[in-house]
Design a protein around this ligand. Sequence first.
Ligand code: C2E
Ligand code: MG
Ligand code: MG
Length: 650
Amino acid sequence: MEGSEELRETLVGMRRELDMLQTETAHANVLLRALDALLCVDGDADPFAGVFSDLLPIFKASHAIVLIQEDNDESLLECAASNAPALVGSRWKSSSLIAKVLSGRIVTTLSTEGTEDWPPEADACLERTQSALYLPLAVRDRRGLLMLLRTHGCAGFDRSHVTLARKFSVLASHAFAARNAHQTEAESTRLKHLADQLRVSQEALAFRANHDQLTGLPNRARIQELVDEALARKRPGEKLALAFIDLDDFKRVNDFHGHAAGDALLKGVADRIRAEVRKTDVLGRISGDEFVIVLDPFDEEEEIVALVGRIRDRLQAPFEIEGFAVDGTGSIGVAFFPAHGRDYETLRRNADTAMYQAKLASKGSVEFFSQELGRKLADRISLERRLRAAFDDREFKCVLQAKVDIHTREIVGFEALVRWVDRHGVVHAPGYFLKSANELGLLDGIANIVLDELIAKLPSLDACFGDGLRYSINVSPAQAAKPVFMRALAEKISATGRTRNFMLELTEESLLAAGVFQSEILPLLREKGIGISIDDFGTGYSSLSTLADITADELKFDRSFIRAIHQRPRSQSILRAVESLSAALGIDLVAEGIETDLENDYLKNKTRIRVGQGYLFHAPQFIDDIIAEHATLVSVAEPDSEHRATGVLR
Ligand code: C2E
Ligand code: MG
Ligand code: MG
């Protein structure tokens, strides 16, 4: 989760930077055009007219007004140029705001502020609630300012506007001086020099907008353009392949060796791939550790299979970075035009899907897209979309499965399990949606929905089964590792005032992981008196010896051992060992997934296990159904029962 969050932030950051660069490039172009217009001063023609018409849309401005201090009275300014002809020649009184601008400050504000003394000409055509940007201008020995008024209703000016405006005001100062002085040769040279500088920086901007700074490779935007151009030139029967490469465990390199090593690895990978591709192929880096290769042209797909295989092999050898051997393998997915898509986005998405599949199969391998893979992806996307909507509509419900005394069948507790009841009434088990919900970051919210329902119905459950039962809540390893989530969960349980009625089911993985869980969360749960159960015991990585390190109240022996236990000596001996160890440690043992009488008989007769859970006794049921069923059972079987406080499943 944290990894994908970080990746998303990086992507959003890169996107913002790219957008900014593209905006800056567009602005630089406008500036160049404006400069050209100013350089072509033709007799008495007002160069500002053309410049303003270029400039105003960029700034989303309705008016541009150039005010110059009068010769004989510095407290007065004359409008020397404006896109509104009525304003030219109007006389403005200086104000404290105008004085600030004249002394060299750039100011953005609402036009009402500091401009109380607008001339009547201005009041006739301007609205006073427009945002205004004031820029200082220097006209030889006189000072002046350029005032831009935002189109009415548009939000204020932003930083990119101020940057562009700053450049423009320098330009305008020169042009204005030139116009007044009938453009001396020296000034003309200065202007041309400025134009050259701008052109160079515009070219640099264009390069930056199209290339990745670190590797110098074309970036996402450029690759997309190149592919679109190449596809547009394709004639019937011609092909193209797009390979998507994602480095394996790149985050670990960054975390372990530092960002400088990460950068060095990316450059090294780029070099190796570049050495393998042909002259006509294009390699690009489209985000953090993702590369794309446009493979074009080729006749037979086998050529691409061989080429991509060579790239994969080249990345197998470790890189030597800062004295360490660092792995830089990549998982590769390939999609072909036209079979797998006719535009960049579709091809990239399908190559990405194939890459994802390659990663699942075995890191550092190659996978080619197929329609079957496409269907899987479509299913995943559809599930994710429905899950998001389901979460918004709170379509998750709590079911309970009883834990019983295997001898008497008396209920000793319940395990809370989540179900998704979709809008068509179909009930989905967690296996169908939990993984996706976790990836989408919905799992914590779902856990809260389930717990809230359980807590709300606790009084009704008490009325059926008494208030002595323990309710188990499942906590995933990812959740267990999040102190904020775990503290909130513990608080919510505490707030019921009944912590002794609750137990958290955690896997061995969660319990054994070193870190905040061990140092902070476990002691907190203990202090509050919330029980701890080790779920699915025997399926994790821990061994019997590590059990001694865990402080738990209950251990649930996984159902894979219980299945046909009466016939499986190996499971029997493992169970015996776990049994004696948990007895020595004072941990209750629960057998999970008891489905048959034969299994139950074995447990009853050959072990000291008291508590079991399984379809033989009780399938998970919605809370309301359990309560309704219990009421019927009690009223039919024992109309005035004294045993309402205990439930017995038959
Ligand atoms: P689990 O915690 O081991 O829960 C027991 C699972 O075994 C449940 O599946 C239950 O329906 C099933 N089961 C119970 N008795 C039998 C039996 O006799 N035979 C067989 N074959 N299965 C039996 P379910 O409800 O599909 O849940 C699957 C897993 O999903 C749970 O395994 C748990 O790890 C997870 N889970 C369920 N609800 C939640 C939740 O609210 N939060 C979290 N984090 N995980 C949950
Ligand atoms: Mg469980
Ligand atoms: Mg379990």
